[in-house]
Design a protein around this ligand. Structure first.
Ligand SMILES: [Zn+2]
Length: 90
């Protein structure tokens, strides 16, 4: 880890250990409480499973993993941190 980094929002040069930055850690995951599955016949379910297997075969392991779970880290300068805090989903 170097002593310098940049704000991921405004590009300002920042120095670690000088209270110049915040590290935002974001964890996203797919809705774990999906219970409202459509009322399908056994044939439709088999067809859907086949379709999902075909679809999965065309995607990389990373793409499949990111559909379920993703984590990322954002470094922000003090000014950008306070702006982000006021509207984190903006
Ligand atoms: Zn910034």
């Amino acid at each position: 880890m170097t002593d310098q980094t940049i704000c991921h929002r405004c590009g300002a040069l920042l120095h670690r250990g000088r209270a110049e930055l915040y590290i935002i850690q974001i964890r996203a995951r797919a809705d774990p409480a999906i219970t409202d599955l459509p009322d399908l016949s056994p044939e439709q379910i088999a067809g859907e499973i086949e379709r999902l297997i075909d679809e999965a075969a065309t995607q990389s392991e990373r793409e499949l993993r990111e559909q379920v779970h993703a984590e990322l880290e954002i470094i922000l300068c003090n000014a950008c941190y306070h702006t982000w805090l006021e509207n984190p989903t903006g």
